[in-house]
Design a binder for this molecule. Structure first.
Ligand code: FNR
Length: 422
């Protein structure tokens, strides 16, 4: 980790600001108004985002001295993969609002660091392309796939199959977004259709999706077009603006035949509000990949997940983007860790901005932390290098915090390293 520290901070001017506040300020001016609204925005009045930070502030690091911290280790093992640090890139959809094929750039950044990138189901590049870009940097660089459970079970199966084929180390099923939250920043700009349009790449490259659309087209033709679907003109326009740039895709073919059916099919099937525990129970039979549930905040849900045999949980409130006035994710972490009691891996995200934040969640019992918006800000400012350096800086600060607090190994941290400030 010395290498990250010296390269990231000492030997050259970093490509991105080394503190979150300045990173955020500069990213805002580098992004379009729509892009900023979508990436930065939270649900409602933003109180969950505030709660995420408050939850971290409640814990203070209590350093120990004179403990020989010259040799330190940040590496962890997760589902059989050795990782350079206990940090992952959270799945972020619609990255195309920041830059074209954003996911490919983020993939390269993660591969350079040797930490996993969780590909979004609503990514702006197909998972196969992102995987290939990561393999270019380092063959087999760790990657996971994040699933939004579709109303079409065969599409879920197709996504799982593609994820396995592209070398996913785990599948993370996101549970907190069966419907999109109340997001004033986007609603006020009327820009959610644009964000949706940037998140279609996994679908437009999917063989099962093509089948579903073709069936719809056939059904509509058979019924004389009577129940021909009617998406809004805005949605069609934005979706096709994007699709036009995806050469050779299934989408491009279908677009020529029946654009309305293609668009409406995507809108109809991408999320499933009826999702329930039975669906999760059946997942084990459908994939060999380790199963991680993302978006758990209640200890009883964590217990139930463990009883179903899931391999991991990501404690998350989606970066405060879904419910306004929700519990801070680090406030939920402590109870979830106790409920899980070592029977599954526990990861956490939402509001984690610094190495000290990562130190705190590890000491509270998390196995690793995921970083969302921050890496997108780095991408907006300096492309692959920016996304990489934002996370490299967090890792470098984690290393320093570890040593300066009298600790030498991230896997042996305990709550002893912290004091709760009331
Ligand atoms: C997200 N998040 C997310 N999560 C997910 O499971 N699938 C997705 O497609 C997305 N898309 C997405 C887009 C954008 C713009 C943001 C900011 C977030 C949530 C993400 O994975 C993560 O939970 C949060 O971003 C973590 O909080 P911070 O680090 O952004 O505070």
């Amino acid at each position: 980790q010395n290498e990250i520290y010296s390269e990231g901070v000492h030997d050259r001017v970093p490509s991105v600001p080394t503190d979150f506040g300045e990173l955020e300020r500069r990213a805002k001016s580098a992004m379009s108004q729509r892009g900023w609204a979508y990436i930065n925005g939270g649900a409602g009045e933003g109180s969950t985002m505030t709660a995420n930070r408050r939850a971290l502030d409640r814990w203070a690091i209590v350093p120990r001295v004179l403990r020989d911290v010259s040799q330190r280790s940040l590496s962890i093992e997760l589902f059989g993969q050795q990782l350079a640090a206990p940090v992952l890139f959270s799945p972020v959809g619609a990255g195309g609002l920041v830059t074209r094929a954003a996911d490919v750039h983020i993939g390269r950044a993660a591969a350079q660091l040797g930490v996993p990138y969780i590909f979004s189901n609503q990514g702006s590049a197909p998972m196969e392309d992102v995987a290939a870009a990561m393999d270019d940097v380092k063959p087999g660089a760790p990657r996971w796939f994040q699933l939004y459970w579709s109303t079409d079970d065969d599409l879920v199966g197709s996504f799982l199959q593609r994820a396995e084929a592209m070398g996913a180390g785990a599948v993370a099923v996101t549970l907190d977004t069966t419907m999109l939250g109340w997001r004033p920043q986007d609603l006020n700009l009327g820009s959610l259709p644009f964000a949706r349009a940037e998140g279609i790449a996994q679908y437009t490259h999917d063989p099962r999706f093509a089948q579903i659309v073709a069936q719809r087209v056939a059904d509509a033709a058979a019924s004389g077009g009577a129940d021909s679907p009617k998406p809004s003109i805005g949605a069609i326009k934005t979706l096709f603006e994007i699709a036009r740039n995806v050469p050779g895709s299934v989408w491009a073919n279908l677009r020529a035949k029946e654009p309305r059916a293609s668009v409406q099919t995507f809108l109809d099937i991408y999320s499933r509000p009826s999702l329930n525990w039975n669906d999760i129970a059946g997942l084990r039979d459908r994939t060999k990949l380790p199963i991680v549930l993302k978006g758990i905040l209640h200890p009883d849900d964590a217990r139930r997940a463990v009883e179903l045999g899931v391999d991991g949980i990501i404690v998350s409130n989606h970066g405060g983007r879904q419910i306004d006035g929700s519990i801070g994710s680090v406030d939920a972490l402590v109870d979830v860790v106790d409920a899980v009691d070592g029977r599954a891996k526990v990861l956490v995200d939402s509001g984690i901005h610094t190495g000290a934040d990562v130190f705190k969640v590890l000491a509270l019992g998390a196995d690793a932390a995921c970083i969302g918006r921050a890496h997108m800000y780095g991408l907006a400012l300096a492309g692959v290098d920016g996304a990489r350096d934002v996370v490299a800086n967090i890792i470098a600060e984690l290393d320093l915090t570890l040593g300066l607090s009298g600790n030498t190994d991230v896997t042996t941290l305990t709550r002893e390293a912290l004091k709760e400030i009331r």
